[in-house]
Design a protein around this ligand. Sequence first.
Ligand code: ZN
Length: 385
Amino acid sequence: MDSKKQYAQFFEKQLLGRYITLNHIKPILDILPSFCKISVVGHSVLDKEIISIQLGHGVKKVLIWSQMHGNETTTTKAIFDFLGFLSHKTTSKEVVNKFLGTYTLTILPILNPDGAEAYTRNNAKDVDLNRDAQDQTEPESVVLSSVFKAFSPDLCLNMHDQRTIYGLESGLPATISYLAPSADKDRTITSARKEAMEIIASLFLNASSEVKNQIGRYDDGFNKNCVGDTFQMAGVPTILFEAGHYENDYQREITRKHICFALLDLFKINSNAGNPSIDIYNAIPENKKNYKDVLIKNVKLPKENSFQTIAVQFVENLLDNKIVFTPTIDAIGSLTDVYGHLEVDANGSEVLINSHDKITIGQKVLHIIDKNNPNTTFFSIDSFS
Ligand SMILES: [Zn+2]
């Protein structure tokens, strides 16, 4: 049976959108099957619980953490989708028992609960936990490192979101990006790193056609302050997951599905990749910062004769427990090497932004219309809310 076909039945329907906090996951923890053991492994700066979910009794130990960056929630949704698969009535007991007998998992679904609550990347002391691997100044970093030491995993999954600015040379957005972080400055392919590369290659080979051409590979420059690099340096294969943009999916409900599928593949629920190798890993296209949310092309700027492109980027803010996307002028220029998730051709028109012809970086955008033909709207916030 292809478990991916059952996704609509088993995915975690209580977790939707971009704002996911402890309050959102707690009711789900209460109804997880009895093979999931929930415990509190520590507390955040603001004394929120850092929860651990443990399951399985197999020899292969896998440590997974998500929301180390508090506003990166897609992989948390995917983890609960995966748990939903294991607990759903349509999933065969044989498959579940085989999984539980092969693996032991420790999952920290929200490592940075304060950042999750405030919808920030950093923790409550404004520290980026993914630059604190050596100094360990933050309680959340200490929790992760003590779980790592006590559990002694064979594999680590470091799960994040990436912004909509990431795409591939081909002009497609990077919906999922992976990295087998380096373990030293020379980017040596250690045995741990090789294993991580081969697993990523197998995830790439198994990815469904919906995203196969939208998988990227991150730059492997070494930074020992990053947790993945530190764990790889300790000899434990570590994989960075970055959930990214899929066309028209700002809530990342399609992306979460594909991250869940990657977990199903990683734990060999459905599939066996042919021959995953380092060559296949290296052939995954590199991630590039080559995307903006919206491009209005061929705009004639006042008092200029050349035509320019206006880039609009959605800035995410937490408002009344919801994430609001505010379109903001991000760049003005030729911008020939960037793509837009939405591209509009102004055909050489002069434009008005919010009824004015002054354009400034950082300005919030309600609408962009044709100055000489006000019935023509090139962009409107209304079409995105
Ligand atoms: Zn991140």
